[in-house]
Design a protein around this ligand. Sequence first.
Ligand code: 0PR
Length: 385
Amino acid sequence: MDDKPIDKAIILKELDELHSLDYDYADGRILGSMCTQPHPFAKEIYYKFLDTNLGDPGLFKGTKLIENKVIDSIGELLSLDEAHGNIVTGGTEANIMAIRAARNHARKYKGIVDGEIIIPDSAHFSFKKAADMLNLKIVEAKLDDNYKIDVESLKQAISDKTVAIVAIAGTTELGLIDPIEEISEMAHENNIYFHVDAAFGGFSIPFLKDMGYDLPVFDFSLPGVCSITVDPHKMGLAPVPAGGIIFRKEEYLDVMAVDSPYLTVKTQSTIVGTRLGASSAATYAIMKYFGREGYSKMAAELMDNTLYFAENLKRIGYEIICEPELNIVAFNHPDMDAHTLAEKLEKLDWRVSVAKCPVAIRVVLMNHIKKHHLKELLEDLKEIF
Ligand code: 0PR
């Protein structure tokens, strides 16, 4: 730290210089991000609530009510009348909370001490962090030929140590939806906690359904589903950090509660103590401002872009890994490996991401990627071909 105070203008100049090294969503060149430019109204509200701390909700009663309202609205979106949960920092924290609830519940009601969680190969790496932190063993369920959970393999992975089963509604790499209805039935029959990671899909599947897309059920209307991760800072257009964790029953929060004697509430179930109220307020504002209609319109536009991109890739001669279910397209050149293709695209100033399973270029068609950007990208891909 400097000894003497520095003039604001000098600090600002230095920060602006560093900020200019960042890529900008508005350029339409960031192809592998699930985050995007937050809506300006959400940013405005975020700033207004920067002082609030939901770690001590008795001091910020109004903001706590806002968090409750957001959880109710997201719960309603996911077919749950009475929702419990929190707005957290993102999908990682939401997934860790879900697995912690499952572990504690199994410890309390089934006496399981050295538990296991069953996750598919396609699960986000946040579950590895959760298992590591919570001292759980990961058992991997295989994927079928369509890159979705192979239900038979999952069935075989169940043991008397299983504390949770995880499935994904909108996988990180391919945007696919697992056979959640079947898994829900199996989890229900075996009395095992079932968590659905809809960090990406939660803010698009319900809206695409409204627009007539035929997508599978993934939410609390399935009796086996115990919790769902859904992130406002991905398809919800809220500023980072805003993740969401919704539980079917309050008891899942109760089994995680620790005493917080000197706070205005006597127990705390979240992982984070001091936490932003701004995320809840911004999410509330943008959900109200967009409404179901606004999100549906956006989700449908993004799907149009996705199908346009996939069709044109095929026309040029690229091979797509699977027909897109949500707004992600993964593809390969017939005879060039994905990393070489990625390097060529990077040289042309595209910020690409390479999927691991299977290895392929992966494009997440978020709101900042417009049709004209896709046209430029397709021109470059034609040139490379
Ligand atoms: N669950 C799923 C299905 C996800 O795709 C992700 C993140 C998470 C959980 C974890 O969410 P948080 O990152 O909010 O904790 N998916 C993206 C990924 O890791 C996140 C991302 C966003 C990556 C923007 C890059 C980027 O530029 O691929």
